[in-house]
Design a protein around this ligand. Structure first.
Ligand SMILES: *Cc1c(COP(=O)(O)O)cnc(C)c1O
Length: 405
């Protein structure tokens, strides 16, 4: 490599569009659930790149596939198909309710495809008037204009001109509100089986069951956004598998490529048929490099021992967080499922989730927020007992730092 310039965090404020306010350190390498920054300071990673690095950093099997496929074929475009995309689709279809897959590059793109598909399906089958999309307050579906409009946090969609229409929001888990709103004009109900960004809030089983029934009654499609909950995160391949309710369309992304960008939309045969050639598309979607890596990640994650391990690790977190809380009394509850857990702050610490994250960085452990009142954990599914113990030891120090401040 040629001589490199000394990169510093201050460059961010000079050359990057200020969409984010990143941490003061710059990670330069990772291995399993550890990261090291430019000064070689070590961090235990309990954030997992926001539920993306499901197998930790630089998993040897993923590195091997990336290297091998990288020397074979990267991109051919969608006027040709390729072996990795077909293999991955076959595996995902075999493992789920779905008959067909559409690949793209991000969660927002998968949801964009899902919403367009639902609209087109309703129009072709039932007519123009069937266009209403029902979604939930605090829901998050991505940052394209359609997906941010379906998302239930209006401050993300305000200020960009007229929004796409016929989208309505109701409170999550509110059966009465859904009964009131849904009609034969509803084309789709969109929900996360467990709201991630919105505060790590699980759907009630009864609610999910009623959503499915009402969708059937009104010929509306049920779309599950499993961008965050998918790929083993909750202890089953997809969260719907524990809810006892199957969607008509499912989107997934974050962990699908184990850190390599790729997303998928899965659906049933009859729905898929409205996406005939030319109706929708993406240049990079389904490229052989991303699909090859995702296939390896899929094989490792869709494994009974790996999924059982997620439940076991949930137990580790719950026990340890309870212990921390017994001493520091800062959490009102720990909620979520599998390795998507949220420690909800008590009133005394309301709005201070970010302070716990910052203290974590100081102590050498990475955790996330989910809104202002929830500290979120989304670590690698293969987090080791040693990484967990060290991480929680540092997190305890972080909690003490905030509480004693
Ligand atoms: C992260 C997320 C998205 C957006 O995914 P991107 O890859 O950032 O576009 C959509 N839905 C849910 C539930 C998410 O957690």
């Amino acid at each position: 490599m040629t001589e490199q310039m000394q990169v510093t965090r201050s460059w961010f404020d000079e050359v990057i569009v200020p969409t984010y306010a990143p941490a003061a350190f710059i990670p330069v390498r990772g291995l399993a659930s550890r990261l090291w920054d430019q000064q070689d300071r070590e961090y235990i990673d309990l954030a997992g790149g926001i539920a993306v690095n499901a197998l930790g950093h630089c998993h040897p099997a993923l590195v091997k596939t990336l290297t091998e496929q990288g020397q074979r074929l990267w991109h051919v475009s969608n006027w040709m198909t390729n072996e990795p995309t077909l293999r991955l689709a076959r595996k995902m279809v075999d493992a789920t309710f779905a008959d067909r897959a559409f690949f793209c590059n991000s969660g927002a793109e998968a949801n964009e495809a899902a919403f367009k598909l639902a609209r087109r399906y309703a129009k072709e089958k039932f007519g123009e008037q069937k266009s209403q999309i029902i979604a939930f307050l605090q829901g998050f579906h991505g940052r394209t204009f359609f997906t941010v409009s379906v998302g239930g946090q209006s401050h993300y969609s305000d200020g960009f001109g007229p929004r796409p229409g016929a989208i309505q929001h109701i409170p999550y888990n509110d059966i009465a509100a859904l009964k009131e709103l849904i009609s034969d004009s509803t084309c789709a109900v969109v929900m996360e089986p467990l709201q991630g960004e919105g505060g790590v809030l699980p759907a009630d089983k009864e609610f999910a069951k009623v959503v499915r029934e009402l969708c059937d009654q009104h010929n509306a499609l049920l779309i599950f956004d499993e961008v965050q909950t998918g790929m083993g995160r909750t202890g089953s391949l997809f969260a719907y598998m524990q809810l006892g309710v199957e969607p008509d369309i499912l989107t997934t992304a974050k962990a699908l490529g184990g850190g390599f960008p790729i997303a998928a939309m899965l659906t049933r045969e009859a729905v898929a048929q409205v996406f005939q050639p030319g109706v929708h598309g993406t240049t990079f979607g389904g490229n052989p490099l991303a699909c090859a890596v995702a296939e390896t990640a899929f094989d490792l994650i869709n494994d009974p021992a790996m999924l059982a391990g997620v439940k076991e690790r949930e137990g580790w977190f719950r026990a340890e967080l309870e212990k921390i809380n017994a001493e520091y009394h800062c959490f009102s509850e720990v909620r979520g499922q599998g390795l998507l857990l949220g420690a909800v702050l008590t009133d005394a610490y309301a709005g201070k989730a970010k302070a716990f994250v910052d203290a974590g960085i100081e102590q050498g452990v990475l955790v996330l927020v989910a809104g202002p009142n929830v500290v979120r954990f989304a670590p690698a599914l293969n987090l080791t007992a040693e990484e967990f113990a060290e991480g929680m030891c540092r997190f305890t120090l972080a909690v003490a730092q905030v509480v004693n401040a």
